[in-house]
Design a protein around this ligand. Sequence first.
Ligand SMILES: CC(C)(COP(=O)(O)OP(=O)(O)OC[C@H]1O[C@@H](n2cnc3c(N)ncnc32)[C@H](O)[C@@H]1OP(=O)(O)O)[C@@H](O)C(=O)NCCC(=O)NCCS
Length: 162
Amino acid sequence: MSSMKDAGLDPKNVSLLWASSDRVTEIAALHAKLFNPSWDRKSIDELIEHPAAAALVAQMREPKAMAGFIIGQLAADEAEILSIGVAPEWQRRGLARTMIEGLARAATRAEAKRIYLEVAEDNAAAIALYENLGFAEVGRRKDYYHMPGVQPVDAVLLALQL
Ligand SMILES: CC(C)(COP(=O)(O)OP(=O)(O)OC[C@H]1O[C@@H](n2cnc3c(N)ncnc32)[C@H](O)[C@@H]1OP(=O)(O)O)[C@@H](O)C(=O)NCCC(=O)NCCS
């Protein structure tokens, strides 16, 4: 039996596109599926339209669908990943890796020296993804993420040298 991971990613089937406001509805819908609490449309629109924004979507050709997004910001010699998500049916095919590499290329061209991000310490999938790409822990914010009814979770601050 073949797993989703075995299906791999056909590079001809995916385009990495700069996202602008016209993708906000799709990004907000996917964000709401993946995150709790999720960000509303207006906040996502403001982030994407910010002059320092660097946001990409992974657009599949067949079936035609937006499979993932990454929202980053470039400022001086630092870049930050504010959010990244891949639709469950497209996970484990290398899309998140592809989007981070795309953002890293843009950051390098903008002369950024490193990329930062924050991740909940219990998000094992995301931490595995970032560590595989060479991100390393540079700090922690104790009890940063609060969810009703559960113990607060630390935010781990990770950085990748470009
Ligand atoms: C985290 C997330 C973005 C990963 O997206 P993805 O496209 O499935 O990731 P990739 O296929 O590019 O994975 C690359 C590597 O990361 C690691 N990884 C990704 N998902 C993993 C998982 N569920 N468990 C363990 N390792 C995982 C693996 O090392 C993987 O390489 P491999 O498949 O060759 O083993 C996706 O699971 C997601 O959208 N999660 C919900 C939102 C979220 O948590 N975002 C991050 C917030 S900081």
